[in-house]
Design a protein around this ligand. Structure first.
Ligand code: ADP
Ligand code: ADP
Length: 226
C-alpha cells in the first residue's frame, strides 16, 4: 500500500547538511499497525511528514497505492492528504472557538460536502469515539483525552484507510493514553492501517510492528511480541 525506497531528506544549512532521512526503505501493508520509535532528531517527524505527503523526499521513491507520488498532480496529492490519510497530532490542533461538531466537520468542508451530510458524518465520527453527546461543547470544556478523541474523530470523518499519528498520547496521562490506544486498536481491528510515533515503549507494544530509527536510518523493523 505504501512503499518508500532509498528515501533521503537533506536540509542544506549552508555550511552543514542535515540528513534527516539518510536512505530509508519501508513497506507498509494494508491493515498494518506500525509504531515508530527513535531518539529525538532521528527523523521520525520527517518520515511521518513524508508518508503523509506533507513533505517531499530529496532523493528516493515513494509509491502510494502503486502510484509514484512524485508524478502525482496537486489534485491527487490533495486527495491523499484529505481523504485517504487521517492525521492525529500530539497537540490535538483543534480550533478553540469552534464547537466540537464544527471541528470534526472541517475536513468535509474542504472536501466540498453539503452541510447536512457533513453534520451527519461528523456526528457519527464523534459517536465512534464516545463523544456523541458533546457536539455543542468547545475544546476548552473537554479534558485532554476527550480533545484527543475529537482529533481522532476529525481524522476519521473522511473515512481514510490510513491513520498517521504523531505522539498521539504525548500530552496525556498514562490511563488516558491507554484509552486512546484502545480506540486505535478498534480501528485496527476494523481494517485501518495505523502508523504512530511514540517515545513510550508501552505505547509501542500496542502495535504489531516496531520500527526503530536512528540518525535517519531504520535500525530495526520487528514484529511486536504479544
Ligand atoms: P524526530 O522527529 O525524530 O525528533 P525530526 O524528523 O524532527 O526528528 O528531525 C530529524 C533531523 O532533521 C534533526 O536533526 C532536525 O534538526 C532536522 N530537521 C528537521 N526539520 C528541519 C528543517 N526544517 N530544517 C533543518 N533541519 C531540520
Ligand atoms: P510534535 O510532534 O513536534 O510535537 P505535532 O505532532 O503537532 O508536533 O506535528 C508534527 C508535524 O506535523 C509538524 O512538523 C507540524 O508542522 C506538522 N503539522 C501539525 N499540524 C498539522 C496540520 N494540521 N496539517 C499539516 N501539518 C501539520
Amino acid at each position: 500500500m505504501i512503499q518508500i525506497t532509498g528515501v533521503k531528506k537533506i536540509y542544506d544549512l549552508g555550511r552543514a547538511k542535515v540528513h534527516a532521512l539518510d536512505g530509508v526503505d519501508l513497506r507498509i501493508y494494508e491493515n498494518d499497525y506500525v509504531a515508530i520509535m527513535g531518539p529525538s532528531g532521528s527523523g521520525k517527524s520527517t518520515l511521518m511528514n513524508m508518508l503523509g505527503c506533507l513533505d517531499t523526499p530529496s532523493e528516493g521513491q515513494y509509491y502510494f497505492g502503486g502510484e509514484d507520488v512524485a508524478k502525482m498532480d496537486d489534485d491527487s496529492l490533495a486527495d491523499i492528504r484529505n481523504r485517504r490519510i487521517g492525521f492525529v497530532f500530539q497537540s490535538f490542533n483543534l480550533l478553540p472557538r469552534a464547537t466540537i461538531l464544527r471541528n470534526v466537520e472541517l475536513p468535509l468542508v474542504y472536501a466540498g460536502l453539503a452541510k447536512k451530510e457533513r453534520a451527519e458524518r461528523a456526528q457519527h465520527a464523534l459517536e465512534q469515539v464516545g463523544l456523541g453527546d458533546r457536539i455543542e461543547h468547545r475544546p476548552n470544556e473537554l479534558s485532554g483525552g476527550q480533545r484527543q478523541r475529537v482529533a481522532i474523530a476529525r481524522a476519521l470523518v473522511t473515512e481514510p484507510s490510513i491513520i498517521l499519528a504523531d505522539e498521539p498520547t504525548g500530552n496525556l496521562d498514562s490511563k488516558t493514553g491507554e484509552e486512546i490506544m484502545q480506540l486505535f486498536e478498534g480501528l485496527y481491528e476494523k481494517g485501518n492501517t495505523i502508523i504512530l510515533v511514540t517515545h513510550e515503549e508501552y505505547i509501542a507494544q500496542h502495535a504489531r510492528r516496531l520500527v526503530r530509527l536512528r540518525d535517519g536510518l531504520i535500525e530495526s523493523d520487528t514484529p511486536v511480541k504479544r
